[in-house]
Design a protein around this ligand. Structure first.
Ligand SMILES: [Zn+2]
Length: 274
């Protein structure tokens, strides 16, 4: 069962791009807490709880659902709010007038996820929280979405807080979902490092060229080839150049499986040294 949960979670991460809104409200802890308070039952007994009773709930603004083994949605239903809490998936709703906020909590009342919507239902912010086994907050992320008037919206900024190392990372994305910049700060908001990315797009908005700067200096260039295969376009990395601090660089060529064909290292004057 735990393995299923992990697979689901991984899939949800993959699917959690624009247009998808997925959520895990894990009722397992709540079930355990409730049952424990009534009668002391062992972990092995808990594992015998039928799958349906413990599989996680997913939700968007209006509906909740679970998934079967093939990850098809089952038990889809509209939220049934009573005193601001859905009696089925346990999500909590607050209507603030200019925004609607849904929040999910663990069985021990720790905030797991908080999503904010425009009154028209479009998602504007998705915050997620992770805790260690002692209940300390170890990770927090905030995904901000930009909403256009025609209703389309895309992820524009991700802010991540790593509490263990006291590092904050801010990633800015473009409308294609590609990273524009990635900045690291300490918790005093002092900038530690910056990666900047720029792109050139080819057919079907696939990346043909990507340039990366690290702290303003050349870091990497990647040249992609776009090819059509069975009616679908895909891009593959054909060539890359990695720049080193001493002015030297490594140029690599790749085959269509992105396996390295050749690697040549040049010194700062452009002479081949390896
Ligand atoms: Zn619900």
């Amino acid at each position: 069962m735990k393995r299923l949960f992990i697979i689901l979670f991984a899939l949800m991460l993959v699917l959690s791009g624009c247009g998808w809104e997925v959520e895990i409200v894990d009722p397992t802890e709540e079930t355990q807490k409730t049952e424990n308070s009534e009668s002391e039952i062992s972990v092995s007994e808990l594992e015998e709880i039928p799958e349906n009773d413990s599989s996680p709930w997913y939700r968007n603004l209006s509906e909740h659902w679970q998934t079967d083994e093939r990850l098809e949605k089952i038990n889809i239903g509209g939220h049934e709010f009573k005193n601001g809490t859905c009696s089925v998936c346990r999500t909590e709703m607050e209507d603030l007038g200019d925004s609607i906020v849904l929040s999910d909590y663990s069985g021990d009342s720790k905030l797991l996820r908080k999503t904010t919507y425009n009154p028209d239902g479009s998602l504007t912010n998705d915050m997620n929280y992770k805790y260690d086994t002692d209940g300390n907050l170890v990770f927090e992320s905030s995904e901000e979405r930009f909403c256009t008037k025609d209703g389309s919206h895309y992820l524009t900024r991700i802010t991540e807080f790593y509490y263990f190392s006291e590092i904050k990372q801010v990633h800015e994305l473009n409308a294609f979902g590609d990273m524009l910049s990635s900045k690291s700060y300490n918790f005093g908001d002092e900038l530690l490092s910056t990666y900047d990315y720029s792109y050139e797009y080819g057919e079907n908005n696939l990346v043909e060229y990507q340039k990366t700067l690290f702290n303003g200096n050349p870091y990497m260039e990647i040249f992609f080839e776009i090819k059509e295969e069975n009616g679908e376009f895909r891009s593959w990395k054909k060539r890359s150049i990695v720049y080193y601090d001493d002015g030297s660089r490594m140029e690599s060529e790749f085959d269509e499986n992105e396996d390295v064909i050749s690697e040549i290292i040049y010194d700062a004057q452009g002479n081949i040294i390896e």
